[in-house]
Design a protein around this ligand. Sequence first.
Ligand code: SF4
Length: 215
Amino acid sequence: MISKKLLRWYSLNKRDLPWRVTHDPYKIWISEIMLQQTQVSTVIPYYNKWINKFPNATKLSKANYNDVLKLWEGLGYYSRCKNIYKTSHLVQKNFPDSYSELIKLPGIGDYTAKTILAIAFDKNQVGIDTNLERIGFRLLGLKKRSRFNQNKVKKFLEKIQDKNNPGDFNQALMDLGSNICQSQSVNCRVCPINDSCRAFLSLNPVDYPAPIKPK
Ligand code: SF4
């Protein structure tokens, strides 16, 4: 079973990251927003400083915005910081645990909502970013980047998700995409799920999915 192999590999190889020692939805949310368009190694010191200063949404919502912004300085994409601050006022009493409520919050989109639900609340949701989508395309041996195929990947990942460990399942795929099944380079020989991967059977797995043609 794909998810069992993946989780076994993850338990032995997972990256040691500060937001992985908690299920606190506030902390998972902050880490996910910081990680958008930003490398993990860059995020770690920012995340640690942030959690140290603002350990929960109440503390953050009561802070002066200029102090909040100061802590974000250097991370870029400042609208993320603005949205975090806005959202902190809406979640200080109770952090939502449903997709319909999360998706209404400033700065929280489909991927972030599902990832928070899986990691913090153990809900069966798969947050699909480019890494997870790429792995799905390769497992299914799909080349064409069509809406139809994206939907197929989504349904497939939802189907194989370990229902008892949805958060670990998501994070295992994140680590696989970051270390082994990268966009332009793959290390299929050590991949824990290579026996279920159609792209692995081809001569060149990085051809899956086909690169986006410049317009
Ligand atoms: S076997 Fe290769 S292409 Fe397939 S998921 Fe693993 S690393 Fe990616």
